[in-house]
Design a protein around this ligand. Structure first.
Ligand SMILES: CC(=O)SCCNC(=O)CCNC(=O)[C@H](O)C(C)(C)COP(=O)(O)OP(=O)(O)OC[C@H]1O[C@@H](n2cnc3c(N)ncnc32)[C@H](O)[C@@H]1OP(=O)(O)O
Ligand SMILES: CC(C)C(=O)C(=O)O
Length: 520
């Protein structure tokens, strides 16, 4: 892409929608989303891979840090335009240009509010003064680059004839993109579409600029509003990764883009995003800012391609499209998830059992299915190892090698270190030992491990209260690994240390069976 008129003034009614990413600017205005310079450069590289058209890298006049970040991104990125935001004042514009001028494709982004409330109470200017400021600022920016965007802040609450006058004036002054923000997330989709149509019909030079939209999610309508505007003729969507941004956030890029893709029959436009990079980019941002992606978020949420209920799982196993309008691979995920739980049916359980390498008859599937549902009532997540444990336990049960017969633990912060006394049956013979540990659980596992003659790695340890109150039955789950074999073990008891001992012995038995089977 070159920084010349042909790329920045495609105009109204082209079928190409430009994706303007403002994660590094508006996104960073999200409380808790501050990024270091290195993190911004890392994200900018990922945005380039994703195929965004424009990266808004920051607000150079805001601080020396923002200035350096915009400069660093400008010097790093070659395939996208890089924009810097500034107020309609010469000093901000000059500062922005200083940071942007080394970019392959720089864009100066000037904004000024046009709504009565912002002009009167915030700017304390008359409409005529605002018009003059806008024209002067854009003219100044256009003397530095041909790629100038003007945003009429709070456009959605502006009087339309005045908004049209401002837009026409800034296009004459050299703006090649005119952005019509819904700054406070107030507008409704139909109303927003009407504003875009009004400008398209009433601004005589509108074909010299791209109409852009920038929405906020205060009423949860940022994506819907952006898409309604595109349907009405807007051709640039300003958005962020995971929808982060000031207050409730901005338009989520993944959602806007996948709407354009999945419903291309409706929108009849395209964008340059490599959709397979959407999920990796969402994860990258989430790691950088430490903000988890909500599990139920559309497109990139953990549950977006997960099926838990039996009827859906059965449908998807027979024909994916029965319950999926997109392929997980199209956003860069390895595949969908069949989550086993209390709503799962026999088809999904059979598929999981087969995936684990077991062939069971209908009666055996019924037994496993009943056991999975029973377990799901007391356990939030059912792992593959849980299903395997059920199969081994309920279908292929062999006598246990190890049996826990007695456990006494000494704990506390006194002078004697935590220690455990254990009596265990090993292949029918009683063995006993007393051993220490860093804590009581460590003492229990050390002692049992030593008696059993194998000390596998402990990969997971979790405690759940099965019932309520201080007398609750506790359930401990452990996952042990020995070389290439893993096994889950569970134990329940009102005493959490005894539950832990039972779980450890349970996992040891399963591990021993797996090793025996594979060496038989
Ligand atoms: C809708 C948006 O997201 S707009 C972008 C919002 N982002 C930010 O504000 C982050 C960066 N901002 C900053 O670092 C600071 O606000 C700065 C450096 C820009 C200005 O800081 P200060 O000089 O301390 O001013 P402060 O922020 O308190 O007030 C803003 C001033 O800019 C004026 N102003 C606001 N918008 C504009 C504009 N688009 N063009 C010209 N002046 C503007 C205000 O009227 C106010 O002027 P006043 O001092 O004459 O009353
Ligand atoms: C500066 C503009 C684009 C903005 O962030 C808004 O109006 O919300």
């Amino acid at each position: 892409m070159k920084n010349d008129d042909s790329t920045v003034s495609t105009g109204y009614q082209s079928d190409r929608v430009y994706i303007f990413d403002t994660t590094l600017r508006d996104g960073e205005q999200s409380p808790g989303a501050t990024m270091t310079l290195q993190e911004k450069v890392r994200l900018a590289r990922q945005l380039e891979l994703l195929g965004v058209d424009i990266i808004e890298a920051g607000f150079p006049a805001a601080s020396p840090g923002d200035f350096e970040a915009v400069r660093a991104v400008s010097e790093t990125v070659t395939n996208c335009q890089v924009a810097g935001l500034c107020r309609a004042v010469a000093a901000d514009i000059d500062r922005a240009w200083e940071a942007l001028k080394h970019a392959a494709n720089p864009r100066i982004h000037v904004f000024l509010a046009t709504s009565p409330i912002h002009m009167e109470h915030k700017l304390r200017k008359t409409p005529d003064q605002v018009l003059e400021m806008a024209e002067k600022a854009v003219r100044h920016a256009a003397s530095l680059t041909k790629n100038v965007e003007f945003s009429a802040e709070d456009a959605s609450r502006s009087e339309l004839p005045f908004l049209a006058k401002v837009v026409e004036t800034v296009i004459d002054a050299g703006a090649t993109t005119v952005n019509i923000p819904d700054t406070v997330g107030y507008i409704q989709p139909g109303e927003y579409a009407n504003i875009i149509r009004y400008l398209a019909e009433n601004v005589k030079n509108i074909n010299k600029a791209v109409i852009s939209v920038h929405c906020h999610d205060d009423l949860g309508l940022a994506v819907a509003n952006s898409l309604a505007a595109v349907k009405a003729g807007a051709r640039q969507i300003e958005c962020t990764i995971n929808g982060i941004g000031e207050r409730a956030g901005n338009t989520a890029m993944d959602e806007a883009v996948m709407n354009l893709n999945v419903r291309s029959d409706y929108y009849q436009c395209n964008c340059g995003i490599i959709t397979e990079q959407l999920y990796p980019t969402a994860r990258t941002l989430s790691h950088i800012i430490g903000m988890p992606i909500p599990a139920n978020k559309a497109i990139v949420g953990a549950n977006a391609f997960a099926h838990e209920s039996g009827i859906h799982q059965d449908g998807v196993l027979k024909c994916r499209e029965t319950y999926e309008i997109m392929d997980a691979a199209s956003i860069g995920k390895t595949g969908n998830d069949m989550v086993l739980g209390k709503h799962s049916g026999r088809h999904a359980i059979k598929a999981k059992v087969e995936e684990l390498g077991y062939t069971l008859n209908d009666d055996q599937i019924t037994i496993v299915s009943d056991a999975v549902k029973k377990l799901a009532d007391i356990k939030k997540e059912i792992f593959s190892e849980d299903v395997e444990a059920i199969v081994l336990e309920e279908i292929f049960r062999m006598p246990d090698k190890f049996k826990l017969k007695y456990l006494q633990v000494h704990a506390g912060n006194g002078p004697i270190p935590p220690n455990a006394s254990v009596i265990m049956e090993v292949n029918g013979e009683d063995k006993q030992l007393h051993n220490f540990g860093v804590g009581p659980i460590d003492a229990v596992f050390n002692t049992i491990g030593t008696i059993s003659g194998c000390k596998p790695d402990l990969e997971q340890f979790s405690v759940n209260a099965i019932t309520g109150g201080t007398d609750a039955q506790g359930e401990v789950t452990v996952r042990l690994r020995r070389n290439n074999y893993t096994a889950i073990g569970r134990g329940a008891d009102p005493d959490i240390l005894v539950a832990a001992g039972k779980a450890y012995v349970n996992a040891l038995n399963r591990l021993a069976k797996k090793v025996e089977e594979n060496h038989a």
